[in-house]
Every structure is written in structure tokens, then in C-alpha cells.
Write a protein that binds this ligand. Structure first.
Ligand code: F6R
Length: 356
């Protein structure tokens, strides 16, 4: 029930701090967060993880790759399910397949699961729906604990997917004796508070939507490293609910062609949460501003500069996607509202795509 909320999407975005706290509770074991021993073994035994997903879940998978590689030292490939099924790459000797699917019903992902089972490989489904097809048919399941997601545009499931993937990567790193210099349970609690701070200032996002997107025909989202992954999700959210053509781009790649599209007033949302590339992304912003772009910089506290649009509460560097995506979701929501779009049920889209 959406209760007093005008839209499910707004309610679901608001629930995101609670979802993070629920995940901490669901996966906590004493002072730590972890996953079941059989899943830890399957992850630890794999020589490579293959993440398979579609849409927003694919975007969460891109962040998951960073976690398994940077936290646990396990190589990962991330594939779009509809591509993987008919164009399988060479596989490693001991692959583990991870299916990320909010609904657990996406047909493109299921056809891959059927194929890799025929080949005798093990699989783990990360899903919001217990008893869903992908959960029943895979060897293992990790639940998102996000509660039902009704709005077609996925919001809370995306942050839940990222948080659960972080827990799994962290737990397998501990299991295999990797030295870790942070406490994930604590860091996730900080994230939950950080998301709440952003939610509490949604008026600002409404203003940004008004200032940058009111008359826009197109928009760009740029970032580097994990900010690049999040910019893909920001662009997808804006496209699907406001019908503004949007593209997510790696900051440094823009100048290799696409910068030709920047005109006077083109909105460019730039994320600046990654310390190593803070100067680079600001350089990229200068490049687009020089061509007339209307740039909105969203920076992590401690990295902000005069004139930035929005400053995000600081969180652990690996967990920035969990907070940086939230303003992008809210900006899309308000842009769609201003255009009188059907926010919860955008045209041409279904909540779960059960045809290939
Ligand atoms: C975007 C969106 C879709 C889904 C995609 C996969 O907001 O909702 O891109 O993410 O259809 O769906 P699941 O995660 O159910 O497999």
C-alpha cells in the first residue's frame, strides 16, 4: 500500500534507509555481517564469477564486480543476460554464476540459468522474491529484504542489490583470510543515515530537476570508476520515467566522440565521489562547460568545491554508489512529475519482463 504517498516510487525511495538497516539485520552474525556457509564455500571455490542480469540489476552487477574484485580478490565478469545467452564467452575452469534479479522472473536471465545448468555449473540468485523462478532453479539464493517493489522504475532494489553484494564479497574475503581495513556493518549503518539525509533534502532535488531538466530534450550523466557505473543507472532512471533521452558516460570517454552532442544548455550531471579521479572528472566537466553544458556537480563531502550543485554525506569509498544514486533517482522522479508523466507506470514498460 502506498498510503499517503502520491506514488510508489517516492515511497520506495523513502524506504531505502530502512532497507539498508533490514539487510544489516538479516545478514548480521555477532559483530559482523555474513552469508550462509554453503554460499561462502561456493564463492571461495570459484576461480571466476559471472554476474548475469538485465537493466538496473545489470547496473548493480557492475558495482558488485568492483566489490568481489577489490574486497575479495575474485575476478568477475558482468554480462547482460540477453547477450550472454546467445554469445557465451570462453568460461574459466571453475565458474560460479550470479543472477541478479529483483523479480526473479526475468526471462532473459532465466534462459541463461537453464543453459549453464545444462553445462553443469553452479549458480547463486540474488533476488527480492523468495520462491521466484530464478531462486527456485539456482543452487543458492541471497534475498534482498527490500519488501515488494511496485513502481516499474527500480530504486530500493538497486541499493539492496549493491548492499547484499557488498556483504557477500566482504564475507568471502573474511572467509579466505583477506586482511580488511573496514567494518562493513558499521559502514552500512553510516550509509543508511547518509541516504536519510539526502531523502530529507528532497526539495533540493526537486529544484535541480526544475533548473536543469525543465526544457531539456536530452541529458548526460558522467562519472569515473564507480561513479561511471552509477551514471548509467541515473540515465536509465531518467529515460524510463521522464522520457528525456539520457546517456551515462565515462567522463574520459566523452571527448572521444559524444561531446559533439553538447550544446548550449545541455544538462550534464557529474558525480564526484571517487578520490583517485576527482581532478579528472572535474577536468571533464570543464570540457563540457566550455561547449555550453549546464553542469550539475554532485560531490562527496570532503571533495566538494565552490559552485557544486549538491554535497553528499561522506561514506566509505566503496559504498558511494548507495548514496550517489539517491539524488539521481529523486531528480528523475521530479523531472517526470514536472512533465506530468505516469511515474509508477511508464509507457511501454512492464515491471517484470517475462518474455525473451
Ligand atoms: C529499471 C528496471 C528494469 C529491471 C530489469 C530487470 O528501473 O526496473 O531495468 O531492472 O527489467 O528486472 P529484474 O531485476 O526483475 O530481473
Amino acid at each position: 500500500e502506498k498510503g499517503t504517498y502520491p506514488h510508489y516510487m517516492l515511497k520506495e525511495m523513502d524506504e531505502q534507509p530502512t532497507v539498508i538497516r533490514k539487510i544489516i539485520q538479516a545478514y548480521e552474525q555477532g559483530e559482523d555481517v555474513t552469508v550462509d556457509a554453503d554460499i561462502l564455500d561456493a564463492l571461495a571455490e570459484a576461480d571466476r564469477l559471472y554476474i548475469i542480469a538485465a537493466g538496473t540489476s545489470y547496473h548493480a552487477g557492475l558495482i558488485g564486480k568492483q566489490y568481489f574484485e577489490k574486497i575479495a580478490g575474485i575476478p568477475v565478469e558482468v554480462h547482460i543476460s540477453s547477450e550472454f545467452g546467445y554469445n557465451m564467452p570462453l568460461l574459466s575452469k571453475k565458474p560460479l554464476f550470479i543472477f541478479i534479479s529483483q523479480s526473479g522472473e526475468t526471462a532473459d536471465s532465466r534462459q541463461v540459468l537453464v543453459k549453464i545448468k545444462e553445462l553443469g555449473y553452479k549458480s547463486l540468485t540474488v533476488t527480492n522474491v523468495q520462491g521466484s523462478t530464478l531462486s527456485r532453479e539456482a543452487d543458492y539464493t541471497l534475498l534482498l529484504h527490500a519488501g515488494p517493489e511496485i513502481a516499474v522504475a527500480s530504486t530500493k532494489a538497486y541499493v539492496a542489490q549493491i548492499a547484499v553484494l557488498a556483504v557477500a564479497a566482504y564475507a568471502v574475503a573474511k572467509q579466505t583470510g583477506v586482511a580488511l581495513d573496514f567494518d562493513l556493518k558499521q559502514e552500512l549503518a553510516i550509509v543508511a543515515n547518509g541516504i536519510q539525509t539526502i531523502i530529507d533534502s528532497k526539495d533540493k532535488m526537486e529544484q535541480i530537476a526544475e533548473d536543469y531538466l525543465k526544457i531539456a530534450r536530452n541529458a548526460f550523466f558522467i562519472g569515473r570508476n564507480m561513479d561511471f557505473c552509477v551514471s548509467l543507472e541515473g540515465a536509465l532512471k531518467l529515460k524510463e520515467i521522464s522520457y528525456i533521452q539520457a546517456e551515462g558516460f565515462a567522463g574520459g570517454e566523452l571527448k572521444h566522440g559524444t561531446i559533439a552532442l553538447i550544446e548550449e544548455g545541455t544538462p550534464v550531471f557529474a558525480l564526484a565521489t571517487q578520490k583517485d579521479v576527482a581532478l579528472n572528472i572535474r577536468g571533464n566537466v570543464k570540457e563540457v562547460v566550455a561547449r555550453g553544458a549546464n553542469a550539475c556537480i554532485i560531490a562527496m563531502e570532503g571533495m566538494e568545491e565552490e559552485g557544486d550543485c549538491l554535497v553528499l554525506p561522506p561514506v566509505h569509498e566503496l559504498l558511494t554508489p548507495l548514496v550517489s544514486v539517491v539524488p539521481l533517482q529523486l531528480i528523475s522522479y521530479y523531472a517526470a512529475l514536472h512533465r506530468r508523466c505516469d511515474v509508477d507506470k511508464p509507457r511501454n514498460l512492464a515491471k517484470s519482463v517475462t518474455v525473451e
